[in-house]
Design a protein around this ligand. Structure first.
Ligand code: SF4
Length: 157
């Protein structure tokens, strides 16, 4: 498993989450694709949406089929470690908030503001809920929303 950086040390999910997968640098990003969390392959290799893992293979194929330049897509996850709750890989919202504040919030905000701002593709319910907020009655799959990314504050200050 890829070791976690020091910023994870005080996260309440540090002992529960396995491995760590962070985006690799991308020249001229065109899209930020954020999933719910790494799976085993990603936690082992440190590569989000690894091309050899089922989710990575599927997402990369779908993006290419839709005309996105996959080499210019930044792949990240709502939690950068692999958190399982029971039989589910669905990251708890509290863990997403911790990870957002510690790791991916700042780069996501940088990527989505300014003249070179890129859109965000939320892959899965947990990240869509985190980014969209209360969504009772909202259309979700395939919908496009304009949102400002949340403030980066740790849940417990
Ligand atoms: S949820 Fe994020 S901040 Fe917390 S231990 Fe996992 S990778 Fe680190």
């Amino acid at each position: 498993m890829k070791p976690k950086p020091a910023a994870c040390d005080s996260c309440p999910f540090a002992s529960q989450g396995r491995g760590y997968a962070a985006p690799t640098p991308v020249a001229q990003p065109a899209l930020l694709a954020i999933g719910q969390g790494p799976g085993q392959v990603e936690a082992n290799t440190g590569i989000p949406f690894h091309p050899a893992a089922p989710a990575g293979r599927e997402l990369r194929a779908q993006l290419a089929a839709a005309g996105w330049p996959v080499e210019r897509v930044v792949f990240d996850n709502a939690t950068r470690c692999w958190i399982r709750v029971g039989k589910s890989d669905e990251a708890p919202q509290a863990a997403i908030a911790e990870c957002y504040a510690r790791h991916w919030g700042a780069p996501a905000q940088a990527l989505t503001t300014g003249p070179a701002a890129v859109p965000v593709l939320a892959v899965g319910t947990p990240i869509a809920k985190f980014l969209i907020g209360p969504w009772a009655g909202l259309r979700t799959a395939g919908a496009v929303y304009e949102r400002t990314l949340p403030e980066r504050t740790l849940p417990n200050g």
